[in-house]
Design a protein. Sequence first.
Length: 366
Amino acid sequence: MSSPSFAAFRRCVLAKPTRRHVIKLCRRGRVIHEISRFHQACHNVVLQSRRQRQAIAVRLRRRSAHRAGPWGYHIFRIDGHSLTKNFPTGERINSSTFVVGGHRWLLRYEPNSKVADYIGIDLYLDETVAKAVKAHGYSKLVKREELEASEHLKNDSFAVRCDILVINEFRTEDTPLAFIEVPPSDMHRHLAGLLQTGRGADVVFDVGGATFTAHRWMLAARSPVFNAELFGMMKESDSGGLVHIQDMEPRVFKALLFFVYTDMFPDMTGEEDDDAAMAQHLLVAADRYGMDRLKLICEEKLCKYIDVRSVATILTLAEQHHCHGLKKACFDFLSSPENLRALVASDSFQHLSTSCPSVIKELLLR
């Protein structure tokens, strides 16, 4: 694999902060929550210094590449600028990883650069490639006093935008010019079109009064349960090719079919409560039909929605459907005495105690 050139680090500029988003808590220097809405995410990081533990909320707004290809940008948003002044020199705050040009990257912010009175930013290649330049950055991005006097710092927050151009190799006179650029796979678009048009469909599902057409071969290939229901001993369809689906909302089954055909999680509404509910319903559906990848995606998304209000419901779901990673995330959240007290005082605690008494016992023993 060719190593990307750090001509890649095209520019790194301060960006004006936009509207604020929800912030979640972290512990022990590890990100434990990430709230995503419209490609925006919030992180809280707790960093340990030699003298004391200081909490700083680090918000990251993540955007995908502006266009397909080797160019893209990333916006790293930092909240709580004033809390970073006492950080040890060289201590860094990491963004989450992001992908541009087929490579994983991350940004590292130095509140107190090794160059006195400056803040620094570095771009890191977060993977192993041959002959890679692993990092490049600016130890003198901007003077702290200039940042604090500028319009870029607002409500103790600012954002840094990093534009990246990945050059996998330089063309010399001996290197022939590439006349053909092979586009990325778009099979998912064609299969989504097949689902939408219903061409060649040979099975109909009735879900709460709504009907959906699909292709047996696709369902059987993607789900062992569908394979058994449509072709095996568990065959549920009647002579008319109609399959009745019980205990599932039509919108959830529609989202399930979309994933079956495209291997992509359906677009979310952007409303936190609705998106969390959809992720919960899809997790149940994925477990029901033996679709492990979709189940893990739902688990990962639900980790972002864990808070005092939702943790009991999500923990119950994780226990009932054997979601070990999601259960661990809930326990991690409840390792905070404050969060645990809030859960015990809530109405949902009684339901959790009744439905999953073993979880309560396990929680108290931790």
